[in-house]
Ligand binder design. Structure first.
Ligand SMILES: Cc1ncc(COP(=O)(O)O)c(C=O)c1O
Length: 374
């Protein structure tokens, strides 16, 4: 049996008529850029998130970058985040000319460790970017408390957490803006690239909206900006998929539970932790080998068995060759948990369209390896 890492085509087939109808609707409308479908999706997205404004942009990276710009963050400023995230979180900070300041992650959730933030704050600090890694919200209440105490902005990197919830808080409730990626492999992904800024702050909305469109909110009138728009075709696909996202997230949780039941007795690796009261949407189901030297062995074993397991992310940002490429960066270390996470993580196949047989196969192979290495 082969088990793929993504279910994009299966997902397309499961909603093919809806997607195809929407494709034709946009094609026949003759409006492909900044058209009515984008407006419609932005409205639906803001409603889904329980927030007032949503701005479609061309990627999750640009969403973070444009929010930072909208908040006036740039040269001479510092923004605090983690290094065990996708590279783009830091890249977006560096695009603005600001310095990225890295703190360690929580040993259980792999999201930012709020107890490490205060020590990293300097006179230059302007914002914190918690990442809802793997589909679980960071501890936003604690992040928000530090931010309020020090007058800092909070920007949620929600590329991986679409539809997740915290214990007693919603995404967007405790921050200035939420930045989302719609690249195909995300829980809510289009057939290509896309992203959005979602906020309750009309100024962030106004500025991000202009910045994504060459600094223009009126035809032929410009200030400095960029081309970072979400196309209407993608908006149309996302509008269709938004109706299914809660069901798809529930399916992911079902597979996560099955994995956890099947793998709970393993001796050589640990399983993902859902923090009490949190609603994890398992963008990724990540196990961690107890011995770092086991990681590549187990990964190879699974790959050789036809299971497309991967790593997110095997090289933490501060461990990448050439770091920090002449950019401003500060590590308030040690980054023990981020480095452990990078050295030991394995992502098992996780998508709503998996079958029970496939999940059973992944469990049996993973446990087979565990039994021979315990
Ligand atoms: C945590 C995180 N932040 C930011 C991004 C950047 O999003 P995009 O690829 O849409 O630019 C991604 C994913 O790709 C991500 O996983």
């Amino acid at each position: 049996m082969k088990v793929g890492f993504y279910g994009h085509v299966r997902q397309y087939h499961s909603i093919k008529s809806e997607i195809d109808d929407r494709f034709h609707e946009v094609m026949e409308s003759g409006e492909f850029v900044m058209g009515p479908m984008l407006k419609r999706f932005e409205k639906e997205l803001a409603e889904y998130m329980g927030m007032t404004h949503a701005v479609g942009v061309n990627s999750g990276t640009d969403a973070i970058w444009l929010v930072l710009l909208a908040l006036g963050i740039g040269h001479g400023d510092e923004v605090i985040t983690t290094t065990n995230t996708f590279f783009a979180t830091a890249e977006a900070i560096w695009f603005t000319g600001a310095a990225a300041v890295f703190v360690d992650s929580d040993p259980k959730t792999a999201c930012i460790d709020p107890t490490k933030i205060e020590k990293a704050i300097s006179r230059k600090t302007k914002a914190i970017i918690p990442v809802h890694l793997y589909g679980q919200c960071a501890d936003m209440k604690a992040v928000r408390a530090v931010a309020e105490k020090h007058g800092l902005r909070v920007i949620e990197d929600n590329a991986q957490g679409f539809g997740a919830r915290g214990n007693g808080f919603r995404i967007g409730e405790l921050s200035d803006a939420v930045c989302t990626s719609f690249i195909i492999q995300k829980n809510l992904g289009t057939f290509g690239d896309g992203g959005a800024v979602v906020t309750n702050n009309p100024e962030i909305d106004r500025i991000a909206r202009k910045l994504r469109n060459h600094g223009s909110d009126k035809r032929s009138v410009h200030s400095m900006g960029y081309n970072s728009r979400l196309d209407d075709l993608h908006a149309g696909f996302l509008s269709v998929k938004l109706k299914h996202i809660d069901q798809w997230n529930a399916e992911r949780r079902k597979w996560a539970e099955k994995y956890t039941r099947g793998l709970v007795s393993a001796k050589t690796f640990t399983l993902p932790t859902e923090a009490p009261g949190f609603y994890h949407i398992y963008h990724l189901y990540v196990i961690e080998t107890k011995k770092p030297e086991h990681r590549d062995q187990l990964l190879k074993f699974l790959n050789d068995a036809g299971i497309d397991a991967k790593c997110h992310y095997p090289i933490a940002i501060h461990q990448q060759e050439g770091y920090p490429w002449g950019k401003q960066a500060r590590i308030v270390g040690p980054l023990i948990q981020s480095e452990r996470n990078a050295a030991s993580c394995i992502s098992l196949p996780m998508y709503p369209e998996l079958t029970a047989e496939e999940v059973d196969f992944v469990i049996s192979k993973t446990m087979e390896w565990d039994a021979s290495h315990a």
